[in-house]
Design a protein around this ligand. Structure first.
Ligand SMILES: Cc1cc2nc3c(=O)[nH]c(=O)nc-3n(C[C@H](O)[C@H](O)[C@H](O)COP(=O)(O)OP(=O)(O)OC[C@H]3O[C@@H](n4cnc5c(N)ncnc54)[C@H](O)[C@@H]3O)c2cc1C
Length: 535
């Protein structure tokens, strides 16, 4: 910090008092004053700019945030230092694909690391050392899932976990414990073996899984609370040739636990996508338009789901289901019916393709921008919990649709993943859970709904809240995806019971790394009651 910076900092409290007590000073002047103070402390680079912010889904907005795109670690350190001095919070932004309020609050500092590289301008560096079944790569902070795969596939490697979309940054996905649909793979953070970051004092820290396993367990789902990660190391795996099959079947097929157990135990990857209201007949659709309610002749158990299995041995007939597509020309009263066209057109059988091509998607194929929430619970080897949860979902859809009309759920996404060695991952298998998954597997049931629903009616968050209540009543003891919509009234209580002592372990590490809470925001402060009151 230069001398001017020190002087400005010393002046800040008095200036703020003047600003706040003076009606003559406009909001714009206040923002300009803070921006100049930050810039003076940071120096000439990076530029601190005043911008508005919106996430990918356009569901979260801030009119004024201070943004910076540092190109070096020194620049990150200076920003954190400036934030400390000006009593501002810092949040890093990835590709903004989260739906929950993990982002920068109004008039706080947002760091974008998209321009940063490793030495020699490289984004990804393959590390020396052969390990049984994997290699490691060092990665720059803004690298996306798609960019990483594009760089490692020509070298004969692939990622095996992470969100199914290519656009998310790997670090953003790690921060929220994102996962794919590979049955025996953990959330993506499970593959992080080390990281370097700037802490809440502006100091550089480095940790790796051999010497600091507890810190790694915290970093694997860090919610952006453990500093600015500027470099990290991740396991990658030899590429595989696989078959990918798309099987269509009515939702009610999934109510049979033996069917689910068979599908999940025989395949490396199982992704189920439903198309809500796809079984509506023309007569029923017209009745929806006339009455606003879905007639009781419709049963969601007949809606069509796509089962996408990926495995070296996968074949379309291996699941023994009937593939009997429905007519597409029914009057559209729900976006779920539109999504049916996608699942109907999904390839029935692709042979000998790269695993990477089989398990990652372009977001565009999912249709218009949407909202999403996800409920995760531990599974047992008999898969009865998943089958019950899906049956309950169908009962919920029927009851609410018959009485309230079309619900704002376009589709659900069902996946099964392995536990992660991590404190805050919903798939972390905390020892305190009463119903530990005996196979170490977790079921994740995601709900997607378009923002611009075709009908009036209860909102997405409210409907999800009611569905979560129904699932909780089955005793599933689930929790929600940190990066997706978490607006259920008991979320704070839920994380307290789900993670229990692991919250305390995480908090001990966070407090050492960021004692002044520079990396906090309002939403996480609100949830923090749960972290601090663990008994
Ligand atoms: C269309 C779509 C499909 C999706 N599919 C899946 C899916 O299949 N599975 C799944 O689990 N999730 C899925 N998600 C959720 C998504 O994976 C997460 O929300 C993920 O966090 C998004 O990454 P991002 O780069 O956009 O991060 P952002 O949303 O921008 O940020 C998320 C968090 O990462 C932190 N962060 C980012 N970079 C750093 C850094 N360098 N240092 C410290 N903290 C950092 C931020 O502070 C923030 O808290 C999907 C989201 C969308 C929009």
């Amino acid at each position: 910090m230069d001398l001017l910076g020190v002087l400005l900092w010393l002046c800040l409290p008095a200036r703020w008092m003047a600003v706040l007590s003076s009606g003559a000073v406009t909001m714009t002047r206040k923002v300009t004053l803070v921006q100049r103070s930050l810039q003076n402390i940071v120096g000439s680079s990076p530029k601190i700019e005043v911008k508005s912010f919106e996430n990918w889904a356009e569901s979260l907005k801030e009119d004024v945030v201070f943004t910076a795109s540092p190109k070096s670690v020194r620049e990150i350190q200076r920003i954190v230092f400036a934030a400390l001095l000006c009593r501002k919070n810092v949040r890093v932004v990835g590709s903004t694909h989260s739906w929950s309020s993990l982002f920068t609050d109004s008039e706080q500092i947002q760091i974008n690391l998209g321009n940063m590289t490793l030495e020699g301008g490289k984004r990804v560096i393959l590390q020396p050392g052969e390990y049984p079944g994997y290699r490691t790569v060092r990665i720059a902070p803004g690298v996306t899932v798609g960019e990483l795969n594009d760089l490692i596939v020509p070298l004969g490697f692939t990622l095996r976990s992470g969100p199914s979309i290519k656009e998310a940054t790997v670090l953003g996905a790690i921060a929220t414990s994102s996962h794919g649909a590979m049955v025996n793979e953990p959330a993506i953070g499970g593959y992080m073996t080390g990281a370097r970051f700037v802490d809440g004092w502006g100091k550089i820290l480095a940790f790796n899984e051999d010497t600091d396993p507890e810190v790694l367990k915290a970093l694997r789902c860090n919610l952006g609370l453990l500093g600015v990660v500027f470099e990290f190391e991740l396991k990658i795996f030899p590429q595989e040739q696989v078959n990918s099959c798309g099987i269509l079947t009515p939702l009610k097929t999934l109510f049979n636990p033996e069917f689910l157990r068979n599908a999940v135990s025989k395949n490396n990857f199982v992704l189920i996508l439903s198309a809500s209201y796809s079984s509506l007949t023309e007569k029923e659709a017209r009745s929806v338009l006339e009455t606003g309610k879905v007639p009781t002749t419709w049963d969601s158990g007949n809606d069509i789901v796509l089962i996408n299995i990926v495995d070296p041995d996968a074949t379309p007939d291996s699941l023994n289901t009937s593939d009997d597509p429905l007519p597409e020309d029914v009057t559209v009263v729900s976006t779920g019916q539109e999504f049916y066209k996608f699942i109907k057109g999904f390839p029935r059988a692709l042979k000998g393709i790269n695993l990477t091509d089989a398990i990652y998607l372009d977001t565009a194929v999912l249709g218009p921008k949407f909202l999403a929430s996800e409920y995760t619970f531990p599974e047992k080897t008999d898969f009865k919990r998943s089958a019950n949860a899906l049956k309950e979902f169908s009962r919920f859809m029927n009851e609410k649709s018959h009485t309230e009309g079309i619900l704002p759920f376009t589709r659900f996404v069902a996946r099964w993943v392995k536990g992660t060695d991590c404190f805050l991952c919903p798939t972390s298998n905390p020892t305190s859970l009463k119903v530990a998954g005996d196979a170490g597997h977790f079921t994740t049931l995601g709900m997607d709904g378009v923002i611009d629903t075709l009908q009036e009616g209860p909102g997405f968050s409210y409907t999800m809240h009611k569905l979560v209540e129904a699932w909780d009543n089955l005793g599933l003891e689930g929790t929600l995806h940190w990066g997706k919509i978490t607006e259920v009234t008991n979320f704070k209580e839920k994380i307290k019971t789900y993670f229990r002592h692991d919250l305390g372990f995480f908090e001990n590490i966070r407090r050492k790394i960021d004692p002044h809470g520079v990396f906090m925001n309002d939403y996480l402060s609100y949830l923090y009651d749960a972290f601090n009151n663990v008994n």
